[in-house]
Design a protein around this ligand. Structure first.
Ligand SMILES: Nc1ncnc2c1ncn2[C@@H]1O[C@H](COP(=O)(O)OP(=O)(O)O)[C@@H](O)[C@H]1O
Ligand SMILES: O=c1ccn([C@@H]2O[C@H](COP(=O)(O)OP(=O)(O)O)[C@@H](O)[C@H]2O)c(=O)[nH]1
Length: 238
C-alpha cells in the first residue's frame, strides 16, 4: 500500500520540540515496517509564520513570503529526515520526480514546498496523484473539515464525509495569503477532485492517529470519498 502523509507544520513543528519530531518519525517507521511505501510532505509551522510575519512587516510581497515559507518547510523536512535514520532518502525531494524515484527505490521520501502560490497541502495532493497512492492523509491542527474554524468557533460542526466536489466548495472561501491557516488549501482540494484520491483529514497532534487511520482505517476526522469510492478497503490491501 502506497501512502502520502501531509504532516502539517502545526503538528510537526508548532515550535521546535525534538521529542515531538521523534514521535512522528516513530509512527512513519512503524508504517514502513508494516509494508507501506511512504511519501511525506511537511509544513512550515510556527517558525515559517514568524519569518513570514517579520518579512511582511518589512514590505516583502506575497511571492517573497511564499519563498521564505518554502525554505522553512525544507528545513523541517531535514529535521524529520534526521529522526528517520536509515530508511529515508537523506535529501529532501525538490520535486515530484525525486520523491517518486526515492519511493520506487524503497526509501521513505520527505519533502517540503515546491513553488509560490500554494501550500504543502497541494504538494501532498500532487505527490499522491503522481505516485498513484492508495491513500492521502492530512495530519493537521483540527480533526477534519468543519463548517467554521473549530479552534475559533465553539459550535463548529464537523463534516464526517465529503465528496471531492463538496471539499472544493467548503475550502474555496478560505484565505490564500502566505501563512494562512486552512485544513487543506484550494489547489489541494482541486487536485483531489481531479485525481479522485481517497483522502483523510485528521487531527495529527497525537502521531498515532495517522497509524490508526492507515493501518486500521480508524479515525475520527473527515473522509473525502470520491464518487464510486465504495467501502474504504485500502488498509486491507497492504
Ligand atoms: N473550516 C475549517 N475546518 C477545519 N479547520 C479549519 C477551518 N478553518 C480554519 N481551520 C484551521 O486551520 C488549521 C489548520 O491549518 P494550519 O494551521 O495551516 O495547519 P497545518 O499546519 O496542518 O497545515 C486548523 O487547526 C484550524 O484551526
Ligand atoms: O509549495 C509551497 C509550500 C509552501 N509555501 C509557503 O510556505 C508556507 C508554509 O507552508 P504550509 O502552509 O504548508 O505550512 P503549514 O501550514 O503546514 O505550517 C505557506 O503558507 C506558503 O506561504 C509555498 O509557497 N509553496
Amino acid at each position: 500500500m502506497r501512502v502520502v502523509i501531509s504532516l502539517g507544520g502545526s503538528v510537526l513543528a508548532p515550535e521546535l520540540d525534538p521529542e515531538r519530531v521523534a514521535g512522528h518519525a516513530s509512527v512513519i517507521e512503524r508504517l514502513a515496517d508494516e509494508g507501506c511505501e511512504l511519501g511525506t510532505v511537511v509544513g512550515g509551522g510556527g517558525v515559517a509564520r514568524d519569518y513570514i510575519s517579520a518579512a511582511r512587516e518589512i514590505g516583502a510581497n506575497e511571492v517573497q513570503l511564499d519563498q521564505i515559507g518554502i525554505d522553512v518547510t525544507r528545513i523541517n523536512a531535514r529535521l524529520l529526515i534526521a529522526a528517520l535514520g536509515q530508511i529515508v532518502d537523506p535529501t529532501p525531494a525538490r520535486d515530484y520526480d525525486e520523491a517518486g524515484n526515492a519511493i520506487r527505490r524503497g526509501d521513505i521520501s520527505v519533502m517540503g514546498g515546491v513553488m509560490p502560490g500554494q501550500t504543502t497541502d497541494a504538494v501532498a495532493a500532487a505527490l499522491a496523484e503522481y505516485v498513484d497512492a492508495d491513500l492521502l492523509v492530512y495530519a493537521t491542527g483540527a480533526d477534519g473539515i468543519f463548517d467554521a474554524d473549530p479552534n475559533e468557533v465553539d459550535d463548529a460542526e464537523q463534516y464526517g464525509e465529503l465528496s471531492p466536489a463538496e471539499l472544493v466548495e467548503v475550502i474555496a472561501p478560505m484565505s490564500r495569503d502566505a501563512g494562512a491557516s486552512a485544513p487543506v488549501d484550494i489547489l489541494a482540494a482541486k487536485l483531489i477532485e481531479r485525481s479522485g484520491m481517497r483522502t483523510i483529514v485528521l487531527d495529527g497532534h497525537d502521531p498515532t492517529a495517522v497509524e490508526d487511520a492507515v493501518l486500521r482505517g480508524e479515525h475520527t476526522g473527515t473522509d473525502i470519498v470520491p464518487a464510486g469510492g465504495g467501502e474504504p478497503t485500502y488498509w486491507a490491501q497492504r
